[in-house]
Design a protein around this ligand. Structure first.
Ligand code: PLP
Length: 387
C-alpha cells in the first residue's frame, strides 16, 4: 500500500496525522455506482462516517445521495455538492431546530423513529405551510451479529418503531395533514460481514411489507440502511468491499412492487479503506510478559479500539531488523483502554519508527476529541502529497 517514496514523505510530516488515498475512494465509488446501478438502487452516503470536505466533494461528484443524522450534517451535505432532494435524515432525537433545517431545504425524506417525533414534524411542517416526506424507521428485530455497541435493529435498542406500535402510528398518520408517508426504513447495525444477515433482513422486510399491503399501503421507497462491513485484518487483500455480492442479496431476496425503489445508506464500506492514521513510536518500554510500544497517536485520534474493542491492522513502515517481537501497541492517553493491539507479533521497533494504523477512514477522524488537551491531528490527501 505504501511505496518507499511515500514512507520518505511521511518521515517529513509531524505525526500523528490522517492520510487519505483518494484514489482508493474513487475506485470504491466507481464500484458502488456500477453495482448499484445494475439494479437501479439509490445509494446515500452516511455522512457521519467521515465528513471531511475533500471526501464529501468526491462522493457527491459520483452522484450519491446522503444519509444525515444531524442538522449540521444536512448543511454540510448541501455545502459539499449534494442536493437536498437526495438527503434522508435519521436519528432518534431530532430537535425542532434540526427538523426546521430539513423542512427549509425540502429534503427528500425524514426517517422517523417514534410517534412523538412524527407529531412534531407534522406541527413544524404545518407552521411552514409545507408537507414533509416521511419514512417509518421500523425496528425489524434482526440480529446483525456484530459488536453490541453497533447493533441497532433489536427490540432492546433505542432505534426505530417497534412492530407492535405500527397500528397506532398508521392510525395517527391519517390525521396528520402535513406529512406524506413515502417509505419504510431499516438499519440493523454496522460492520456486518456475513451477508446472510442481509438476507434475513430482506425476509423480514417482505413480511413487514405484507402487513402494509394488507392495509392497502404501498410505499414508494424501501430503505434498507447500511452496515456492510470491511476487512480490518487484511485491508490490502480486500481494499474494496464485495458490493456486487451485497447488492445481489437485496435484488435476489427483496420482494417488491413494480413501483418501489430501493435505497441504501452506506458509510463504513465507502470510506474506511481509504484512510490510515500515521503515527510514530515515542518509546519502547519493557513490560512483564510483553513490551509496550508507545506511539504518539491515541484514543483521541482513533476511538474505535477503546470504544468497541475494534482491531485495526498495525503496519510498521520503517524497520530496525527482521526480528519479530511480541508487543502491546498503546497510545499516550491516561486511560488503560488507550490500546491499539495486545500481544501483536511485529518486526522489531524502536523510537521514531513510523507505523500506519490501517482502515481508519470511517468513524476515525470524526470521533476525534481533545481529551488531555490534545491538539487535532493534521490531515493529508494523496492528491495533495504527490504534486
Ligand atoms: C450509521 C448509519 C448508517 C451507516 O452505517 P455503516 O455501517 O457505516 O454503513 C446508515 N444508516 C443509519 C440510520 C445510520 O445511523
Amino acid at each position: 500500500m505504501f511505496s518507499k517514496e511515500k514512507v520518505e514523505q511521511f518521515k517529513t510530516i509531524p505525526t500523528p496525522f490522517y492520510y487519505y488515498d483518494l484514489n482508493v475512494l474513487e475506485s470504491t465509488l466507481a464500484e458502488i455506482t456500477k453495482e448499484a446501478g445494475t439494479y437501479g438502487f439509490d445509494v446515500h452516503y452516511a455522512l457521519k462516517a467521515n465528513s471531511n470536505n475533500e471526501i464529501l466533494e468526491l462522493i457527491s461528484k459520483h452522484g450519491l445521495g446522503t444519509d444525515c443524522v444531524s442538522g449540521n450534517e444536512i448543511l454540510k451535505a448541501l455545502d459539499t455538492g449534494f442536493t437536498s432532494d437526495d438527503i434522508v435524515f435519521a436519528g432518534v432525537g431530532k430537535t425542532d431546530e434540526e427538523i426546521n433545517i430539513g423542512l427549509e431545504h425540502d429534503i427528500f425524506c425524514f426517517n422517523c423513529e417514534s410517534l412523538p417525533e412524527i407529531e412534531v414534524i407534522n406541527e413544524l411542517a404545518q407552521q411552514k405551510g409545507k408537507v414533509a416526506n416521511i419514512a417509518l424507521r421500523i425496528n425489524p428485530n434482526v440480529n446483525a451479529n456484530t459488536h453490541h455497541y453497533i447493533t441497532t435493529g433489536l427490540e432492546e435498542n433505542k432505534f426505530g418503531i417497534n412492530i407492535w406500535e405500527l397500528e397506532e402510528v398508521i392510525n395517527a398518520l391519517e390525521s396528520f395533514e402535513n406529512l406524506n408517508l413515502v417509505g419504510l426504513h431499516f438499519h440493523i447495525g454496522s460492520q456486518i460481514t456475513d451477508l446472510t444477515v442481509f438476507k434475513s433482513l430482506c425476509v423480514r422486510v417482505n413480511e413487514i411489507q405484507e402487513w402494509f399491503y394488507d392495509r392497502n399501503i404501498i410505499v414508494e421507497h424501501v430503505n434498507v440502511g447500511g452496515g456492510l462491513g470491511v476487512d480490518y485484518e487484511n485491508p490490502d487483500e480486500n481494499l474494496i468491499a464485495d458490493f456486487k455480492a451485497y447488492f445481489k442479496v437485496f435484488n435476489d431476496f427483496l420482494e417488491l412492487k413494480p413501483t418501489q425503489k430501493v435505497h441504501f445508506e452506506l458509510g463504513r464500506a465507502v470510506v474506511a479503506q481509504c484512510g490510515s492514521l500515521i503515527t510514530k513510536v515515542i518509546y519502547v518500554k519493557k513490560g512483564v510478559n510483553t513490551n509496550f510500544v508507545i506511539v504518539d497517536a491515541g484514543m483521541t485520534e482513533l476511538l474505535r479500539p477503546a470504544l468497541y474493542q475494534a482491531l485495526h491492522k498495525i503496519e510498521p513502515l520503517t524497520f530496525v531488523s527482521d526480528n519479530i517481537n511480541r508487543y502491546d501497541v498503546v497510545g499516550p492517553i491516561c486511560e488503560s483502554s488507550d490500546c491499539f493491539g495486545k500481544s501483536l507479533m511485529l518486526p522489531e521497533l524502536e523510537r521514531n519508527n513510523i507505523i500506519a494504523i490501517r482502515t481508519t477512514g470511517a468513524y476515525g477522524e470524526v470521533m476525534a476529541n481533545n481529551y488531555n488537551l490534545r491538539r487535532n491531528a493534521a490531515t493529508y490527501y494523496e492528491k495533495e502529497m504527490i504534486k
